[in-house]
Design a protein around this ligand. Sequence first.
Ligand SMILES: Cc1cc2nc3c(=O)[nH]c(=O)nc-3n(C[C@H](O)[C@H](O)[C@H](O)COP(=O)(O)OP(=O)(O)OC[C@H]3O[C@@H](n4cnc5c(N)ncnc54)[C@H](O)[C@@H]3O)c2cc1C
Length: 409
Amino acid sequence: MTTELESVADFRERARIWLRDNMPTAPSTELKPDSDEAWQRARQLQRILFDGGFAGICYPAEYGGRGLTPAHQRAFNKESAGYEMPLLLNVPTLSICAATLAELGTDEQKRAHLPAVLKGDEVLVQFLSEPNGGSDLAGLTTRAERDGERWILNGSKIWSSGAYAADYGLCLARTNWDVPKHRGLTLFIVPVHAPGVTVQRIKQVTGSTEFCQEFFDDVALPADAVLGEVDAGWEAASRLLNHERAALGGTSPYISGHTVHMGAETISLVQVAKATGQWEDSRVREDIGEARAMRVVRDQLIAHVTKSIMSGALPPAAGSITRLFSAETEWMQTDMRVRIAGSVAATQAPGDPVNSEKIGLDYLFRNAWSLAGGSTEMARNIISERVLGMPREYAADRDVPFNQVKRGR
Ligand SMILES: Cc1cc2nc3c(=O)[nH]c(=O)nc-3n(C[C@H](O)[C@H](O)[C@H](O)COP(=O)(O)OP(=O)(O)OC[C@H]3O[C@@H](n4cnc5c(N)ncnc54)[C@H](O)[C@@H]3O)c2cc1C
């Protein structure tokens, strides 16, 4: 028997009333995203969504979700503007890690993790990049070796967002050194608090300590820590990376809340222009118009690419198109805010009318937009090779057993 889905319009109306009655309005100052309070608050808010029946809107009902469509999620996201939402849990927990688990996990793995994630009890992160480089992901050297039924993990990962606040990390490790690099990898679900895991926080130029480096010293993992198949970790990671591009590019159906991909600006350019007395300046107005046009095009592109991936007209790798365009849009917004704010973006004058500290910090962090989720150069490679069908980039190590590949110095 098939039960009929609630219409998007009815769902939206129900969400509107529920949000009004249950969710706090967005506070004027946000908690620092790298603080324990911010994570505790996100977990609490996620629990409120879960209890109200608005968590995991596109996740299957048997694993704690609502089994609804991306259109329902989009409707909810629009209604949630102005409310305090657990946005910290969107990336990578909900939109990347849990999405990969839902696709590749065994029934036991899904039952063990998905309801806990949707209730806010579990935070998941990604252990992919390594100190030797993140773009050549398949060239990683963190190793997992069999020890009877168990696996023993050794190595190091880096740039893991939010790992200090997490419960599990999806970790790509080398399990076979006798085959070419893409064929000897396995994806593991690693408990962040397991003996042998050390998490160190990294301080960025912005002062944030959101990034971490992990060291794995003889970490023992049970056989059921493998996500997907042994030595088929590249296929698993490719699924994960598709979710990552979708999350960063705005096409993920698992992102909940009003985000920059829905036209939200962290600080409005109009507000900055008015506060600095430049609203009547035609040059400034031109800039604001150009930035607005980019956001409109980005939103249209997201809608078009999402629809095309869902219908099969474009491959999932097309998420790289919106991933690239979103990065370009964010760069432009950030640069324009600094241009309009002028020196105040660097000085944070007393009585500051434009939140100049945030403008300055956003500017320092702007390179992250072209690295997070794979760099924009790699996105261009993916678009040319996997969307446009152009020849693959040459790689000397592609078909060579990994133990024969010459590696760094
Ligand atoms: C905000 C943010 C969050 C992140 N979160 C995580 C996380 O949670 N987990 C995680 O594992 N990693 C995370 N990362 C790391 C991210 O995935 C890497 O920064 C990214 O993959 C690039 O790797 P890299 O920094 O080692 O640069 P490298 O791979 O060393 O590349 C350096 C430069 O060379 C360019 N380049 C490299 N190879 C090529 C090529 N073949 N063609 C053209 N150009 C190339 C790159 O584009 C880049 O500009 C995060 C990064 C940021 C900024």
